[in-house]
Design a protein around this ligand. Structure first.
Ligand SMILES: [Fe+2]
Ligand SMILES: [Fe+2]
Length: 428
């Protein structure tokens, strides 16, 4: 035998080594057995986040989903809400909405298998106050590319800078390839479970959330919306509004290029009609609208004329405060020239913003702004930013910053008995 030619110790340990390697090979070849009870736990707003909360999550198993909610004080009884299976990607997705909560109250919650008894970690959320109350929210442009190395540092800087933020707004292109589960993992890792499972995610789909003409299979499972959008199946879940402590947040879907049957006009007009109704009947002092493609493109060679033709008048007619957009991988902020005042630092009317979180960046160009009756007050190419918006009574403060802490833009909007003013505060 060949082995007999080896020294006895080598032959002995050699067989052990072969056995270990064989065992390792067999183990590696087997299906992963580690059960995931709850991952990608995500909070999505309902129409009234002061009394209800939607939670979505994914698990490795098909089980009987349940959401358990308790007031932060341990002694309170547990509310158990039956969840529903919503679909599958690399795992099984579930959703549950708890109702009848008290406003402005901290709750603990966990999700899991009602029959098996296995649950994910306890997490916390706080319901919105029933009335206007000061709070901060974060706004993120395209995360999209090289997420872990290139975008996550900006996301983490934002979360560290505004750990008290109560809402996260995403203006689309969260990932680069709509169906790439690894990119979604990177996105969830960038924000972390405390953010995605701790505050409501108000997310608009970008063109990169579409594969061909179809919305990512991940999207509706992770961002189901508030269920109060237009009566249009193609827009189901991606168009909605929610009110948070004096702010009406509205999510629109600007991906008219993927309208069923090529009916771009129908896609845009049904949202414009719905938006007019939502803004006509708006009890909130402040309005923030988010969607992906800018009405005033901020990078060379880009333009979304149909969107501007259909939606711009609605934003202006109802004096939306912030129009938060993405897609142009650069920073830009401006307004209609008609909304200038005698003071060069002050405008009235809506503020249009484009921002990018991730490391894919374009140069800037203001020709679409200028050619369409608008002006870009601040433009910055090759710059990744995050934005913090603070709302306090008659005043809204906005700041855009790099992860190093440089302030790229800042302004204040006031709405009081003197009317509305948007004042540049950059450099002050
Ligand atoms: Fe993008
Ligand atoms: Fe895009």
């Amino acid at each position: 035998m060949r082995s007999s030619a080896l020294p006895p110790a080598v032959a002995r340990y050699g067989s052990v080594l072969v056995a270990v390697l064989t065992l390792a090979f067999v183990t590696a070849g087997a299906a992963p057995t580690l059960a995931v009870t709850a991952e990608r736990v995500t909070l999505s707003p309902t129409a009234d986040p002061s009394t209800s909360q939607t939670v979505t999550w994914r698990a490795s198993d098909d089980y009987t989903p349940v959401l358990e909610v308790t007031a932060a004080a341990d002694a309170d009884p547990i509310l158990r809400v039956e969840g529903q299976r919503t679909g599958s990607t690399a795992g099984v997705h579930y959703r549950a909405t708890v109702r009848g909560l008290a406003p402005d109250t901290a709750y603990r919650y966990r999700v899991g298998d009602a029959d098996g008894g296995a649950f994910g970690d306890w997490r916390t959320f706080t319901t919105a106050a029933a009335d206007p109350d000061p709070f901060r929210f974060l706004y993120f442009g395209d995360v999209q590319n090289d997420i872990t190395a290139g975008a996550a540092p900006t996301v983490r800087a934002a979360l560290a800078d505004a750990p008290d933020a109560e809402v996260a707004v995403h203006s689309g292109d969260l990932v680069d390839r709509a169906e790439d589960d690894r990119q979604w993992s990177e996105w969830y890792d960038a924000f972390g479970p405390a953010a995605t499972g701790g505050v409501n995610q108000v997310a608009a789909p970008g063109n990169h959330e579409y594969s061909g003409r179809n919305l990512s299979g991940h999207w509706p499972l992770q961002f189901p919306g508030a269920g109060n959008g237009p009566d249009d199946e193609a827009l189901d879940g991606t168009v909605y509004h929610t009110d948070h402590q004096g702010v009406r947040f509205v999510v629109l879907n600007s991906n008219y290029a993927y309208a069923p049957g090529g009916d771009r006009d129908g896609w845009l007009r049904s949202q414009a009609r719905w938006l007019r109704g939502v803004l006509e009947d708006n009890p909130q002092r402040w309005t923030v609208v988010t969607f992906h493609h800018p009405v005033f493109s901020n990078a060379p060679g880009r333009d979304n004329g149909p969107l501007r033709d259909t939606w711009l008048d609605v934003f202006e007619d109802y004096d939306v405060d912030l129009v938060l957009q993405g897609h142009d991988h650069s920073y830009g902020r401006g307004n209609l020239v008609a909304n200038r005042t005698g003071d060069p630092d002050v405008q009235t009317g809506p503020v249009y913003v484009v921002a990018v979180t991730g490391p894919k960046m374009y140069r800037v160009d203001d020709s679409v702004w200028v050619d369409n009756g608008a002006e870009a007050r601040v433009q910055r190419g090759q710059t990744q930013t995050y934005q913090i918006v603070s709302v306090d009574g008659t005043r809204l403060d906005y700041v855009a910053k790099t992860r190093e802490g440089e302030v790229v833009d800042s302004f204040t909007i006031t709405r009081d008995e003197r009317g509305k003013r948007v004042t540049d505060t950059l450099g002050r």
